[in-house]
Design a protein around this ligand. Structure first.
Ligand code: MEV
Length: 444
């Protein structure tokens, strides 16, 4: 029997990256309460067998695995979390962990969130008297809410349900179009199925009330009533690099923020860096990352000017960061019930509240952004990125075990991060090993 997850004791696990996968599993087990066996069962073989995958989607041939790592040092609202991240891009996990350590020096992330309200959209067409239609829908609000709630009794029993009705006209008079929003409190569910059920349950009655015809009935992924806001304060001293003083790095990061605020071309890349962190947590916890992506970018463009989701300002002693993003995550239902690795992720986090999960994902998003803009404002992105990329190239050249690090180090030093460079380095190191000349007791 798996023991209950109590709480992450600390997400500071120094030297974690240097030890083996098995040793990391033991450390994470100690830190989170998830059993080593449970971690192995959930993750070996890519976290999902073909038979289970066959129950998810159609025409299954197999599964497609991605690396599953953990971000360390993450502290949100005074709680420590070892945060699972599923991502294929080198340096994303390391960057999130490093930046979280800097944020930790300023007290950690502070998060707050809205109620988990999703929007069901019901489109009504051929509405000739739109103003009358609007009034009639609002007058029937109580009836619509009751109709909606009758369609989702399980959610109502869990304390959620339809909360409000909003109505708008779209386009000019000639469009004859009205859209009704039913706001649904989804509690710990992502809510897509619940909200779509509501949309379909109330549509016919809305058509009667508006004297129109039913058009689309579907949730909106722009769930701007379900936002999460994360802030952090980072002392200037922890931002310093070998070449730059902390205060100068602060200036550079504020400058990077202003660039993104003024230019959609830069904002898109800035936001991509944020989504590197958010998506990785969303995927690791079995959630719908396309929904989160769609919501985030629509939210970024809500003023009509595509803007950064996170901004940075100078404050006394350092830097203040802020991220706001709509977040439709679930800790119950959907993929979560069946995906062993997604269940493991939630156990490791010790989280059952979907808003808390969203706050953790957003904290990792803000950390990813901090790491990116700090690198861009100082040495540039390539130095750190290439060092990590070198590991992947070393593996591609056939390096295994401790040779991966050594080959990577050699090709970085030689500034030749290519397959040929790695093959040569591997040949040299293997020959040395065979001679026993440089046998390294730890790595070799
Ligand atoms: C790369 O995956 C993400 C960055 O481009 C983000 C950014 O430019 O802020 C480094």
């Amino acid at each position: 029997m798996a023991k209950e997850v109590v709480m992450v004791r600390s997400s500071r696990l120094p030297g974690f990256y240097k030890v083996t996968v098995d040793e990391r599993r033991s450390l994470v087990s100690e830190a989170t309460g998830a059993e080593v066996d449970e971690i192995a069962q959930a993750l070996d073989g890519g976290g999902l067998d073909a038979e289970t995958a066959d129950k998810f989607v159609e025409n299954v041939l197999g599964t497609y695995a991605l690396p599953y790592g953990v971000a360390l040092n993450v502290r949100v609202n005074g709680h420590d979390y070892v945060v699972p991240m599923v991502v294929e891009e080198p340096s994303v996990v390391a960057a999130a962990s490093n930046a979280s350590k800097m944020v930790r020096a300023g007290g950690g992330f502070v998060a707050e969130w809205d109620q988990p309200i999703m929007i069901a959209q019901i489109q009504l067409i051929q509405v000739d008297q739109r103003e009358v239609a609007l009034r009639r829908v609002l007058e029937a609000k109580a009836e619509i809410l009751e109709l909606a709630n009758r369609s989702i009794p399980g959610l109502v029993a869990r304390g959620g349900g339809a909360r409000d009705v909003e109505v708008r006209t779209l386009g000019g008079l000639e469009e004859r179009m009205v859209v009704v929003h039913v706001l649904v409190d989804c509690r710990d569910a992502m809510g897509a199925n619940l909200v779509n059920t509501v949309a379909e349950a109330v549509a016919d009655r809305l058509a009667e009330l508006t004297c129109g015809r039913v058009g689309l009935r579907i949730l909106s992924n722009l769930c701007d009533k379900r936002c999460i806001r994360v802030t952090c304060n980072v002392p200037a001293r922890v931002l310093a690099t070998e070449e730059m003083a902390g205060e100068d790095v602060v200036e550079g990061i504020v400058n990077a923020s202003r660039f993104a605020e003024l230019d959609p071309y830069r904002a898109a890349t800035h936001n991509k860096g944020i989504m590197n962190g958010i998506d990785a947590v969303v995927i690791a916890t079995g959630n719908d990352w396309r929904a989160v992506e769609a919501g985030a970018h629509a939210f970024a463009a809500r003023s009509g000017h595509y803007s950064p989701l996170a901004t940075w300002r100078k404050e006394a002693g350092g830097l203040a960061g802020r991220l706001e993003v709509p977040m439709s995550l679930g800790t119950v239902g959907g993929t979560l019930r069946v995906h062993p690795a997604a269940r493991l992720s939630l156990r490791m986090l010790g989280v059952t509240d979907a808003s808390e999960l969203g706050a953790i994902a957003c904290a990792v998003g803000l950390a990813s952004n901090l790491a990116a803009v700090r690198a861009l404002a100082t040495v540039g992105i390539q130095r750190g990125h290439m060092a990590l990329h070198a590991r992947a190239v070393a593996v591609a050249a056939g390096a295994t075990g401790g040779l991966v690090e050594r080959v990577a180090q050699m090709i970085v030093e030689a500034r030749d991060i290519t397959l040929e460079g790695a093959t040569k380095a591997l040949y040299v190191l293997s020959a040395e090993q065979a001679d026993g000349a440089t046998q390294d007791p730890v790595l070799g």
